[in-house]
Design a protein. Structure first.
Length: 460
């Protein structure tokens, strides 16, 4: 059994804080999957590269309304796929090589880690050559999550894809059924429909993106249902599956059937803590399986920290990266720890139209008994919105009456993920709605004027 000063489980955000500050420590790094974590390999980065290609295709299809006649000659799926992974795979491989060959204080274990006692682990090697028993003074769990697969699919014996696998398909599916109604399902439905697949989206609830603010969820659902690109089946569940790869029959609870070449299960992700025998180390978990951490990212076990999707309610890379910085500091400064700040966590859904949010929804404000004002400003009411011929975009801002304190921002429309950034900044640094609106210049006729006008329209 080998002892280390520090063991880090996971090579996503868990690998980011191991800089020169840790050069004097004997560090173990454990990885049982692809080096680099979810975001790099199967999440944020490759999906957004696909989204960009899909957005370009949609721009071409919609060009006629601007007086530009254009058409798509061909979608080269293999070229799109290879452009993405010819960049990503070398980054993953380079990160692995750097840790193995150029980090003399770091020992990399390739295998699955599970606890055998307090700060004691068994690593079952990926190559099947045996196991390693290791202990450490401190442990960081950054083991991420995995796709959630409902039993009706998992137990069917029928082939299916998840967000971890669908992006490397050899060919573009002609008929794709997507199961789910959250951000993963919405993004992939956009990608594959824009690139030419006939997409059917099956969602068990009455709305898509139902955890978003009511205006955003209702508007996005209405646009998706009314549009011609995606066949949306709401209030629907799969009851059975049959067939073989490339020729699937999917039966829904209303008795209807769907034919598909490919089924994508995009019903969410679950934390990997349940695969690690956490109880043996005295590490507590929450009702949803996440590792329970305090404001310093400490678990209930002495000397054990956790970060990212294995413990965070936000499955977001920018959250995991922030938590990694906090953990990195706190490992080295146990007498001067810093707290994580999760007050204003933003997120974006890169679908069509794009969506970005930060802060409270209207329902959360009502539930909290807050006296609030709200303004929903249409993109089409500002000059750049006219230029884009936008008819669906909206910027909704919520602020506290009396103080003008910004409580939430919810955008649906082009460039939403960029337009929301000044609102994140204002909330983080305590600017009121009036101060933000009137205390700076807003470039005319740029699209951020939709944010300015929403701020000015608030009755606070």
């Amino acid at each position: 059994m080998r002892h280390h000063d520090l063991v880090v489980i996971g090579t996503g955000s868990g690998n980011t804080f191991l800089d020169e500050r840790f050069a004097g420590l004997d560090v173990a790094l454990v990885e049982h999957g692809v080096f680099g974590g979810t975001c790099l390999n199967v999440g944020c980065i490759p999906t957004k590269m696909y989204v960009y290609a899909a957005d370009v295709a949609e721009v071409v299809r919609r060009a006629a309304k601007y007086g530009v006649d254009a058409s798509i000659d061909k979608i080269r799926w293999s070229d799109i796929r290879d452009r993405i992974f010819s960049r990503i795979d070398p980054i993953s491989g380079g990160g692995r090589q750097y840790r193995v060959e150029r980090s003399p204080n770091v020992t990399v274990y390739f295998g699955h880690a599970s606890f055998t006692g307090p700060r004691a682990l068994q690593v079952v090697r990926t190559d099947g050559s045996g196991t390693d028993e290791i202990t450490a003074d401190q442990v960081v769990i950054a083991a991420g999550g995995r796709p959630m697969v409902p039993p009706v699919v998992a137990d069917s014996g029928i082939p299916f894809e998840t967000s971890d696998t669908i992006m490397r398909l050899p060919e573009l599916p002609e008929r794709l059924v997507v199961l789910g109604g959250g951000y993963i399902a919405s993004e992939f439905a956009h990608v594959f429909s824009a690139l030419g697949s006939r997409v059917t989206l099956v969602n068990r609830s009455h709305a898509l993106l139902r955890w978003h603010d009511e205006t955003i969820s209702e508007t996005y659902t209405r646009l998706a249902v009314a549009g011609s690109r995606i066949d949306v089946r709401l209030n629907s569940q799969i009851t059975s599956l049959s067939g073989t790869a490339g020729d699937l029959t999917i039966t829904l609870d209303d008795g209807s059937t769907l034919g598909a070449d490919t089924l994508l299960v995009a019903t969410g992700r679950v934390p990997n803590g349940d695969l690690m025998n956490l109880g043996a180390a005295g590490i507590g978990t929450l009702y949803d399986g996440r590792i329970d951490v305090d404001r310093f990212q400490r678990t209930s076990a002495d000397g054990v920290f956790a970060l990212g999707d294995v413990s965070s309610p936000w499955q977001l890379k920018h959250v995991a990266n922030r938590e990694a910085k906090v953990v990195g500091h706190n490992l080295l400064h146990p007498d001067d720890m810093i707290e994580i700040d999760h007050r204003f966590v933003p997120s974006a859904v890169f679908t069509d139209p794009q969506i970005a949010v930060v802060g409270k929804t209207e329902q959360q404000c009502r539930d909290a008994g807050i006296d609030y004002a709200v303004k929903a400003q249409k993109y089409g009411d500002v000059a750049y919105g006219w230029a884009m011929e936008d008819t669906t975009g909206v910027c909704k801002i919520i602020a506290e009456r009396g103080t003008g304190r910004l409580l939430g921002a919810h955008l649906l429309g082009p460039q939403a993920s960029s337009l929301i950034q000044p609102l994140i900044q204002a909330m983080s640094f305590g600017l009121t709605a009036r101060e933000m609106a009137t205390g700076q210049y807003w470039i005319h006729p740029a699209l951020p004027e939709v944010v300015e006008n929403a701020l000015l329209g608030l009755d606070v």
